[in-house]
Design a protein. Sequence first.
Length: 658
Amino acid sequence: MHPAVPSHFELQPRADGAATILRLLSASSPNWPEVALVVARDPALSLALLVAQPLAEGELADGLNTVLRRRLERIGSDLLRAWLLGLGSRASAIGAAPDHALLRAECALHLAMETGYARPDEAYLAGLWRGFGTGARGRSGTSADRRTTRPLADLVRDCGLPASLGDALELGTAMEEQLLGAHPLLRLSVAAERLADDDWQARLGEIARLCGLAEPTLTSLRTDIGYIVSGHAAYPPPATGSTALEARPPASLADDPYRSAGMLGLLTAAFVDLEREEIEDRLAIACPLFGLPAAPVLLSADGAGRLAPMLRMPPGSPTGLIEELHLRLDDETSVIALCARSEQVTVFAPQGGRPGRSLADWQVARWLGGRGFCCLPLTANGHPSVALIAIEQDDELSSELQWRYAALLGAAVRALRAALRQQHALADREAMLQQRFREHVRKIAHEATNPLTVLKSRLEMLGLERPQDAPLQNEMVLLNTELDRIDNLLRSAGDLPVEAVEPARCRVPELLLDLRSIYGDALFNQHGIQLELRAAKGVPIAAIPPSALKQVLLNLFRNASEALLPGQRLVVSVSSQVSVDGRSCVEIRLVDNGPGLPADRMADLFSPRPSSKGGGHQGVGLSIVREILSRWNATILCRSQPGSGTSFQVFLPLEHSL
């Protein structure tokens, strides 16, 4: 967080423009492009929005109105109305811009376009903001109305705009020969100012030399701009009896029950029913609008009496460091804990650099970037909460500012608490449903063990009846292994998933032999289809988990079994090593002499599509195959000719090549 005083500023918009925006926002669906047009004509409003959310690199190329509309939509109508409702009471804010600000801005924009300046919207802002006071004055901190001044160039930097625009705003008087050697934006802004003045005709020669345009061109341009501004600069007249923003300074919001109630209602509506991330995002842009440099640290007491941060921040940030302090609600030395307990404003302002009773408070002040900090109580529904705002003087925040900050931050805290309650309720419900699901699955698993036990007993009896039959004994071992795996899967089905990492190494020939032993008879032999396995010697280990490759091959085996006719065959061969795109791979080739694939299917072979096999087939087997293989940097190719068979090539990276 930046030091508080240089960033505590308020910008006063034109009263007629603010009233127009309030009327536009009263519609059930606000016309944001129209609101953005009004904001683009107002120096204070446009500057405030860009300070609240600085420009991203190159964003202004989308157009100023588009940029402003994005920020307005992010703020939302309720928060925008609450902000405008509070503007009328800011006696220390910058006054409205001169009436010719829009004329000057339009002159700068059209001069930029006529001269081919690459960033005309920057020229428009230079014209709109030029002469906009001598700086952004800080809020009234005491009865003596102490203020802080920020140069406009600093605010321009905060907006993410180039330093050349700040120069155009800060430059006072300069001789023509000096301007001729300056940055083109500086010359354009001065030329626009001359062209917008009442005596522009007498200064045409100077303007022409500054921008390089002929005097007749400037005369025509100035006449057109005058018509444009006279037709579009005027705001709609306020409705009869409208008091949205009075011309005279109204009473303090804290002393006006009607306006304060309206503002509180709008702020509550601005944050209600939002997710936690949305609340934090809206608060991030709302704080600069209301004068805070950034979202302050918000602390709330948990059930264990600890004052924990409510906003998530990265480690090392002020909020992250404060979280590591483990502040306690019952700390008798900390003004933070005192504020939370007493629900009264407290201030930490060390004298002479001495830490005072609480070293934690002294550290917090240093982390926040000020000489001290003010604690605002935000207790809601019996839950103590505190906002920490950096200050330079112990009487810096007036009661009016304290009220306004508490209104904004209190609405956000209430919404955060509601979101947290909802999150906990959803977590509790999810835990209950998971428990019920686990109990249901465990019951099914318990019932399923009975037929599995019968099957295993029958297999054991068969093995005992034919002890000399070695092939049968091998089959029994494989089948019992698979039954044990099914039993383990059923028993673990009711448990929460545990991150188990299967080694990405597979001996391909051994896996193929296991698959033929288990599935060869059911998929091929019983249908009169011949399955042949061929493997080269010394096949290296492939970098893929056995379970993943097993799923791939089973999909391909099933497809072949369903496509081939009795008497046809599938040959599966494994090469020792091939090079694919510079990588060493194991190749598995599956070749059949079946009917082949139709041309329309080959066009999108690995895309999910309805199956032509009927029954329960979904037509997603090959899409799953490619997805699994791509997960392990493997690839698959297919070649097929109708009536001549189909071949698949699977390339698996070697274990050492990843």
